[in-house]
Design a protein around this ligand. Sequence first.
Ligand SMILES: NC(=O)c1ccc[n+]([C@@H]2O[C@H](COP(=O)([O-])OP(=O)(O)OC[C@H]3O[C@@H](n4cnc5c(N)ncnc54)[C@H](OP(=O)(O)O)[C@@H]3O)[C@@H](O)[C@H]2O)c1
Length: 321
Amino acid sequence: MKKLNIAVMGCAGIALRSMIPAIKASPEWNLVSVASRTREKAEQFAGKFDCEAVVGYENLLHRDGIDAIYLPLPTGLHDEWINKCLNTGKHVLAEKSIAANYHSAKTMVLAAQSKNLVLMEDFMFQYHSQHQFVFEMLRNNEIGEIRVFRANFGFPPLPKTDFRYDDAVGGGALLDAAGYTVRATHFILGDDFVVKASNLFIDPETGTNIFGGAFLTNTRGISAQLGFGFDNFYQCNYEIWGSIGKIIADRAFTPKVDFSPTIIVEKQGERQEYQMKPDNHFIGSLNEFHRAITEHDAEKHYRDVLLQSKTLEDIRNFSAK
Ligand SMILES: NC(=O)c1ccc[n+]([C@@H]2O[C@H](COP(=O)([O-])OP(=O)(O)OC[C@H]3O[C@@H](n4cnc5c(N)ncnc54)[C@H](OP(=O)(O)O)[C@@H]3O)[C@@H](O)[C@H]2O)c1
């Protein structure tokens, strides 16, 4: 196993809480530097995680010996910084949403392809073992043929100073909570879904979208109903409704690493609850990033980046009609 050097661009909450602890716990990665706009934050993170503090993102780009960057900046800053990372020869694992629009995603993917670099969007929920259990249920035909997929991700309002309320830095529920529901649709049921309807509610106070929904269908007649928002009662689930039963994942997207999610399977006159083992999907995502780099296997991630941003853009465009 080849150990790779990784640096973090932006001392974000998600980096502090989850991703840097996962990097430190992973034998495949060596954390070399953290960069912040401010010296105070860079030094605070570097002290806590025993690595080099870099002040200013630009200065990180010119450090020697960095194989890859983990980039948890707000989406509106991704276009500039992801392209700079790629242009200086670094593989990139970027937080969702990776791109503010489809054009930006295409530019990033072309840059990564031309330099043989991995560009991956950090939807870590996909690496939680609970979904493998769901796939096994589907393979065993437990619920028959799939008819409808429903996914919901939403949470109560954040402080109004949060960047998610600022469109200038890629705010809005579409690029945030909706992203999980779209990725889940493609991850669970495949890539062939098209957007047929959508709705985004624009908050008059901040001017950004804060909740909405979308309706997608695929060539096999399956419908996907998506709900999302950040002025909502907390929901973090998906449901697969088949011809003879139904599967519910009740904590589908953000289970904490010590949390045991429940998968519920319902059939006529029958309801089974299966307790899943806790799993560290942050490490799972880092493992996949490492695998894609060392096995030169970036194509799937390029496809996912393009599909994801195209679908989000279609949802935005439909809602404007
Ligand atoms: N995959 C997941 O489960 C998950 C969960 C939460 C968040 N996220 C994603 O991770 C990213 C960060 O989210 P977060 O909640 O951790 O945010 P956060 O704590 O606000 O961190 C964002 C960081 O970006 C940097 N930054 C640079 N310019 C900024 C600007 N104009 N406004 C705000 N921050 C700026 C800051 O780092 P410095 O001050 O150090 O420069 C800041 O700490 C987002 O893309 C979000 O969607 C993913």
